[in-house]
Design a protein around this ligand. Structure first.
Ligand code: SAH
Length: 245
């Protein structure tokens, strides 16, 4: 029986892979990977390594999660080193916990390998710090996927504070998210950014206000995330990745 490494691949730029993840990828007998993980990473694998694509695109799963769990389990019965490669960090809306529980229940040994999460790194590549002295002392990372659900678990009322709010999986719900933020009393000219394909060579940042962001950003390519807060204004001074030669 093998060991499973539930591994974060970072947000896209292959240089953001951790040294540990790279070492494991080189040792892997099988790599089970998502759409969000940069496929270039697979070139680092040894000859004969098997690749299994389970293609989660945003929240639309090509394979249902229970089938992914079972597939990882089956791989652990067949191979010594199983790398389950996920976009960003396995614990940030990555369902790494669910995969770990499934394996633990079946007596399979595993490790979690943290990855650079898009929630922080993508704003960083856009020159938007998630905290900044004198502007905000905290940030929240929220799923936008929940937003339009009848029984949404998002406590909108709590978002009246100055926290930076980062919505993942939210581009398709941008209109609704903006409505909710206006409803709880944020001003129409409150700063918001949408960052598309962060850390990839074609990264794009669109800066706007709660009033105009939907029209400006609705057609951007995914993956994309949304940043709400005064820190967005720092983009003017700190933008670097999209400016590089
Ligand atoms: N575990 C991942 C997040 C999975 S949820 C992490 O830690 O990064 C998937 C969402 O992450 C996407 O819908 C998008 O909102 C965000 N995302 C992931 N990679 C991104 C990228 N390169 N640029 C912008 N958003 C990204």
């Amino acid at each position: 029986m093998g060991k499973v490494y539930l591994t974060g691949a970072g947000p896209g730029d292959i240089d953001l892979l951790t040294v540990k993840a790279l070492r494991l990828i080189k040792q892997a007998d099988v790599i089970i990977y998502d759409r969000l993980a940069n496929p270039q990473i697979l070139k680092e694998a040894k000859d004969g390594c098997e690749f299994i694509y389970v293609g989660k695109a945003d929240s639309h799963h090509t394979l249902p999660q229970d089938e992914i769990n079972e597939l990882i389990y089956q791989a652990s019965q067949k191979y010594d080193v199983v790398v389950r490669l996920k976009g960003g960090d396995p614990f940030v809306f990555g369902r790494g916990g669910e995969e770990g529980i499934y394996l633990r229940q079946r007596g399979v040994e595993f490790e979690f390998v943290p990855g650079v999460t898009s929630a922080i790194a993508v704003p960083e590549y856009a020159g938007i710090p998630v905290t900044h002295r004198g502007i905000t002392v905290s940030f929240r990372v929220v799923t936008g996927h929940e937003a339009t659900k009848e029984k949404s678990q998002i406590p909108w009322e709590n978002y009246k504070t100055d926290d930076t709010i980062i919505f993942l999986m939210g581009l398709h719900r941008l209109k609704y998210i903006v409505e909710k933020l206006l409803e709880i009393g944020k001003p129409k000219d409150f700063p918001i950014a949408v960052i598309s394909r962060g850390t990839w060579p074609d990264e794009q940042t669109v800066i706007g206000t709660l009033e105009d962001i939907y029209e400006k950003a609705k057609d951007l390519p995914t993956p994309a995330l949304i940043v709400v807060g005064k820190v967005v204004e720092l983009h003017k001074e700190l933008s670097w990745f999209e400016k590089r030669a």
